[in-house]
Write a protein that binds this ligand. Sequence first.
Ligand code: 5AD
Length: 362
Amino acid sequence: MDRAERLSWLRETNEKRLEALWQIADRIRRESVGDAVHLRGLIEISNQCRRHCAYCGLRSTNTAARRYRMTREQILTIARQGVALGFKTIVLQSGEDSRNTPETIESLIRDIKAHADVAVTLSLGEYDYETYARWRKAGADRYLLRFETSDFGLFRSLHRSVGPGEHPRLTRLRWLKELGYEAGGGVMVGLPGQTYESLVDDLEWFAALDLDMIGIGPYIPNPDTPLGQFALSERLLHRDQVPATALMAYKMLALARIMVPLSNIPATTALEALGDGWMEGLQRGANVLMPKLTPPEMAGNYHIYPGWDGAAFEAEARMDNAVKVISALGRSIDETKGCSQVRVDWETRQKLKEHGNEPASD
Ligand code: 5AD
């Protein structure tokens, strides 16, 4: 599939014709990563954030947000619950909380890894190379950092403190790869000002970065953010504006599977917020679900965008729900840590390069 074909799939609106795209993505998913679904237990350890991302409800100046920060003991207890529920991966996610110091996170990683044979995924935001290196050394296996959009002009308009130069997240995804993490990137679909052409660029970045994990969700306006309040005025909207719909996000998800067949791709919470996201995502290229372990009283306050109504449930119920969806589709649950196959492939290529071999072309 070339660039023009990808673009034309992104512009396709006929749901009948899109069936063909879902089928291609589903077939490539089955042939590349199989029918087993990976479950990752997600702990939202803090919603404190020092950043001002224009779209996100956790932004520091959002006074409507009710802030919380789990204690180290709470996190370890929840991680143990996750292990008892059968999760082989624990994901620690957070706003950019200034209390997430290199030391505190390092010791959390060490404690979780000492207690159970699980993979640890971090999703804590932008840090410097040394900090990522330190956490990797402590045993962290994976890192999630969406680049949101590869359109640097658009990225900068949403993150006012980012200066000219490099896209900070694309740079960090390269560092993370270099440090031996399984690296996860991804985008929001339908950001005001986002064009179809830029989405095709995003897809090319997924492949160019050899992303091990790709997270894709629709942009959901949050009225407590500047971007959510911004009525879609003619002035800022490009005529090639991508709609912020679940359908548009599914097209990106399916194309991401086609671009990076071996990657681990979740059916994301934002897709769930707009409908039957887990079920449909798993049929359109996804092979991962990330049920939340965050207790209800805190999950309700991890309010990045409106619409997700799973907060009231306990971890067990969320896990049961995931199991139900997976079995309804006739799929199985992966019993391993579910490591990246992109990485295996990438390591082989790195070794060949070190030995001065020409890259294989086929
Ligand atoms: N709508 C959808 N997704 C959002 N995110 C942040 N704000 C929103 C929003 N309003 C996503 C971003 C971020 C991830 C944690 O949540 O992609 O990386």
